[in-house]
Design a protein around this ligand. Sequence first.
Ligand code: HGY
Ligand code: MN
Ligand code: MN
Length: 415
Amino acid sequence: MLPMHRSVNGDRLQHTLEQLAYYSDTPAPAMTRVLFSPVDMAARRYIRDLCEAVEMQIRMDAVGNLFARWEGVAPDLAAIAIGSHIDAIPYSGQFDGTVGVLGAIEAIRTLQGTGERPLRSIELLLFTAEEPTRFGIGCLGSRALAGVLSPAELRLLSDETGEDFDTVRLAAGMTGELEDVRLPEDYYHAFIELHIEQGPILEREGIPIGVVTAIAAPATLHLTVEGEGGHAGTVLMPDRKDALTAAAAMVLAVEQIAATNPSPDAVATVGRLQVFPGAVNSIPSSVQLDVDVRDIQGPNRDAILDEIRRRVHEIAEERGVKLEAVLVNCDPPATCDPRLIHVIEQAAEELRLPTQPMVSRAYHDALFMATLCPTAMVFIPSHGGISHRPDEYTSLESIVQGVEVLVGALKRLAW
Ligand code: HGY
Ligand code: MN
Ligand code: MN
């Protein structure tokens, strides 16, 4: 029996978005919320309080994934999972991830308002560290849930200060065994993630709802360039092995390889570069840089990665510097479940909301949840396609529409 429900409470949802935005290490509208930082811990506490206030059973696993369950009348049936992340890269926006977490809570509150309990439990998932900011790898929590990141690999992770993941998570109160994080394949019946598009298509086409069919394949290459340091005044140009000029040539090669690839979905970015010793009058002796490479087609992404690795080693050779290239992650793309896509399209149709099937060029926790259970994503428009910037914006109307579709999908899946 599908419960009739009142529509989503937009004011309440707006309030929770504004409250969550307070927890940032940079002044509004820029968001910075890095894994297990004090603002991240306070934001997690806020989400917990919201869930506890609406009779959801809460648990936290050893890596900090938060689970809030609204128990169904048949608790032994595999639950329907919904959710996203609340961590935010430095100087980013207020909507990436958060609309999927707060929208999920609002969807559950809306359904609770019908006075009817679902057959299947509905479980909110707040994934730990979707962003790679602190430990250099994205989707840390969903990888661990899906067994893509093993306890041994988790123990090898360390941040820029040299603190290892295990120490940091225990200090943050994330107790429990890393060996207990992985979920069995049949643990969830389905997973749906509501997320901003982070691209221009929906707004440009005037379509309120995107239904994701596939999620891009991300890879990250960590390069360490070792040259010879020295005095900026006394070492003459022919005698130099400058690590930074070599790294600069590598950065331009990365851009050139992706920009000239025939695939329009091929992208490659160097977003982080650290120079040592970093003195104005000292020739850089060492440079660390991270290369983010993606394409919707896995094989094409791999070909780009191979070309980049070949070219940067060539540049190192030409310039007489040493190069170490470490592949941090190289993930397959994900395909969303056709039946879930149909459920989302039906829910949108019932609301008379036009939909557009589309690929996601950003990665999401759904990329790894898709290895655990049937998975799909609902996109809502990003103004100007802007994301990972303080001026990231999605209207409350669009967010409410996304949550209404999520409610419609849950009515079809959990009852
Ligand atoms: O980088 C991404 O695609 C995601 O926003 N973390
Ligand atoms: Mn992001
Ligand atoms: Mn995100």
